[in-house]
Design a protein. Structure first.
Length: 290
């Protein structure tokens, strides 16, 4: 089913749990780590021809995988799709590049505009698709073009007026993002690095350490803090089996060894219902459910 150029890249029944922050969920029926855009195009085209759905896994910080896993092809972008290159006030970043590395490279080049995102885990592709950000300052406002592969395997490039970013959403859900072009502001390395470090210090105080199995359960609503909503609904320390809201870091769920995707979903639904009853605000889940 996969053509000879890419067949050796494809593994079957690859466990996905170790690749995700929650470390929950079943395997991918097919899994590949393409190193080039050409390999990515070929894999997606072959999958389309075989009627196989394709998903891209970035840093796995915003996905919840069900126990049955993914009955399709999961791609993790490597090689040339992790490159980072500065050109005047632009940063060209591969979709698989680490977001933290992209922010650091921009800071070292004295380019401002991404430094407030320091500390958000994951990849450039994941951040742009999820339009990740801090309150209303999201990554999408700095994106000038996105290149990738459409679901039928054809290459595509969207420029500014074809891109749509809204709060934690984009119109990029149906493509594999292989490269992102950011338009940034000229500053100095010292100034951007200083701002990046202060953003990082603030974030470290508000989010759990990297070795804990956590996820941000909800999109933080614009009208009030998630902390206030959880308190209003009496849900700040709610739990479901082996999944609990973190009392220390409001809005984050923490899971332990025996946790299941169903417990995570049940807790998210219960909290959303309680918050809506108490406040009338409809919380939207942040996690992408696979
Ligand atoms: C401790 C912690 C703190 C967080 N803080 C914040 C925060 O402050 N602000 C915020 O907005 N979010 C935050 N998040 C959520 C999450 O980190 C972000 O949404 C992040 O940008 C997701 O990137 P990722 O690479 O991990 O994506 P993944 O979780 O791997 O994927 C998320 C979605 O993006 C898609 N995707 C990933 N890469 C690509 C690609 N190359 N092409 C096409 N689709 C792709 C996936 O298919 C999936 O649908 C936090 C999460 C954690 C665990």
């Amino acid at each position: 089913m996969f053509s000879s150029q890419v067949a050796e890249l494809v593994r079957e029944n690859e466990p996905l749990a170790p690749r995700c922050w929650l470390r929950i969920g079943g395997p991918a029926r097919y899994f590949a780590e393409p190193e080039s855009e050409e390999q990515t195009r070929q894999l997606v085209a072959d999958a389309a021809a075989g009627g196989i759905t394709v998903r891209v896994l970035g840093g796995g910080s915003n996905v919840l995988i069900r126990p049955e896993g993914v009955d399709g092809l999961v791609l993790e972008l490597g090689g040339e799709m992790t490159r980072l290159q500065v050109d005047k006030c632009s940063l060209l970043a591969g979709g698989g590049a680490d977001l933290g590395d992209a922010i650091t490279v921009a800071a070292q080049a004295g380019l401002a505009g991404l430094e407030h995102l320091a500390g958000i885990p994951g990849t450039v592709g994941g951040a742009v698709v999820c339009n990740s950000g801090v309150t209303n300052e999201d990554i999408g406002s700095r994106v000038s073009a996105v290149s990738g592969v459409k679901q039928d395997g054809t290459p595509c490039r969207l420029v500014r007026d074809q891109l749509q970013f809204s709060y934690r959403r984009s119109n990029l859900d149906d493509m594999v993002v292989t490269e992102v072009e950011f338009e940034l502001d000229a500053s100095t390395p010292a100034e951007v690095t200083r701002r990046m470090q202060s953003a990082w210090i603030v974030r470290k105080a508000h989010q759990p350490p990297q070795n804990v199995r956590v996820a941000q359960a909800f999109i933080e609503p614009s009208e009030c803090s998630i902390e206030d909503l959880l308190d209003a609904a009496g849900m700040r320390t709610a739990s479901e089996g082996d999944v609990a809201m973190s009392p220390q870091y409001p809005g984050f769920i923490v899971v332990n060894e025996q946790a299941t995707a169903d417990q995570v979903l049940a807790l998210i639904r219960r909290i959303a219902r309680a918050v809506e009853v108490q406040t009338g605000i409809q919380l939207q889940p942040q996690l992408r459910i696979w």
